[in-house]
Design a protein around this ligand. Structure first.
Ligand SMILES: [Zn+2]
Length: 141
């Protein structure tokens, strides 16, 4: 089965995505700005397609009532985003991956901080996409 590996900066946390994941989505929300960078880039993976090889130093920060963010407490890498209510899927920061997952669009575009101009062929949601990106599945080659 085809896979993409990922890890934090220091290597304490290592994982693999198998077979498929959602196309990635750039998030410009103000919380991602603080946690990641001026924008974040996440793919989403079903738990059946995700496996930790090591989760040493993995910590979770409850950034809002419904969502938590996973990070490495040794090197500080911001890696995961997950609903506190659903344990069936996990969002993974594409910067941690050792291969590219293509971008499908933007969310929280109204909060965009960067002055980068993004080409018009990606979908742009001013706030949440409300799951509308979930149907765009990337088959890992
Ligand atoms: Zn680390």
């Amino acid at each position: 089965m085809k896979s993409i590996s990922g890890n934090c900066l220091c290597g304490s946390i290592q994982f693999k995505i198998f077979d498929k994941c959602r196309y990635s989505v750039l998030c410009h929300c103000t919380m991602c700005q603080k946690s990641n960078a001026e924008f974040s880039n996440y793919t989403k993976v079903q738990k059946d397609n995700f496996k930790f090889l090591s989760k040493k130093n993995l910590k979770w920060f409850y950034s809002s009532k419904n969502f938590k963010r996973g990070f490495c407490s040794k090197c500080g890498s911001s890696l995961f985003f997950q609903s506190q209510h659903s344990n069936t899927e996990i969002a993974v920061s594409t910067g941690s991956l050792n291969s590219t997952v293509p971008v499908k669009g933007h969310i929280y575009y109204k909060d965009k901080k960067s002055n980068l101009r993004f080409s018009g062929n990606h979908k742009k949601f001013q706030q949440s996409s409300k799951g509308l990106f979930d149907k765009y599945i990337f088959k890992i080659k």
